[in-house]
Design a protein around this ligand. Structure first.
Ligand code: SAH
Length: 217
């Protein structure tokens, strides 16, 4: 893909997402602003603006743009929000969140991926993202509570620690189900109550850790 074609392809993706029912203009503007081609391996550049997940190494994938858009819209991120992302991978979803939030705390369990995400986000000039290596199923207690939490890997159930780390009115967006196939859930904390809604199918790599699937899943 020649460099000049990149902005056009990115705008075509935004048009396709809008046609697909993504109506949140702030989310669409974030997709329009983030150069997804910088988050995929060089040999996949030409596919960076197709609406599918792509391999990023270590057996992991960068999520499909339409799924990133849906999850970000469900997280309802505002400009003053502090957001936790679990499963930073390439850093693409973290960049989208960083376009919308005050600060993004992103965690990743595979050190090589965390390092790559950190380097990419820094070179693109994002100063409001911190990428750390840790088991995100336990949340990030030292930085809690969060206005929104986005989980970018499929969980067997909603990890209790994550719901606990939401502010009152905070949103947790998480794919829940089996290996390879989940449904998107949105959990909103209202006082001591957790309101849960379901938002269609998703297919993520597994969330592995103490509050997720066992290693090797
Ligand atoms: N948001 C990423 C998608 C990455 S795929 C992007 O935009 O590119 C999901 C990621 O979750 C993988 O990199 C995987 O290593 C990571 N992951 C799985 N379990 C995790 C856990 N318990 N804590 C942190 N990261 C985890």
């Amino acid at each position: 893909m020649i460099a000049a074609a990149v902005p056009m392809r990115r705008m075509a993706l935004v048009t396709a997402l809008r046609a697909d029912g993504i109506a949140d203009e702030r989310v669409l503007a974030a997709i329009a602003a983030v150069p997804r081609e910088q988050f995929v391996p060089r040999q996949l550049y030409h596919q960076a603006y197709e609406d599918f997940a792509l391999e990023i190494g270590e057996g992991q994938t960068i999520s499909q743009p339409s799924v990133v858009a849906r999850m970000t819209a469900l997280a309802a991120v505002g400009p003053r929000d502090r957001v936790l992302e679990i499963g930073a991978g390439s850093g693409y979803q973290a960049a989208i969140l960083a376009e919308l939030a005050r600060f993004v705390f992103a965690v990743e369990r595979i050190p090589a991926l965390a390092e790559g995400a950190r380097a990419r986000l820094a070179s693109l000039g994002y100063r409001n993202v911190s990428v750390q290596v840790m088991d995100g199923t336990l949340g990030w207690r030292a930085q809690a509570p969060f206005d929104a939490i986005v989980v970018s890997a499929g969980a067997p159930a909603v990890p209790a620690a994550l719901a606990e780390q939401l502010v009152d009115g905070g949103r947790l967006v998480i794919p829940v189900g089996g290996i390879g196939r989940q449904e998107l859930r949105r959990v909103v904390r209202r006082g001591d109550r957790l309101d849960e809604t379901v938002h269609g199918p998703a297919s993520f790599v597994p969330l592995i850790g103490r509050g997720g699937f066992p290693e090797g899943a």
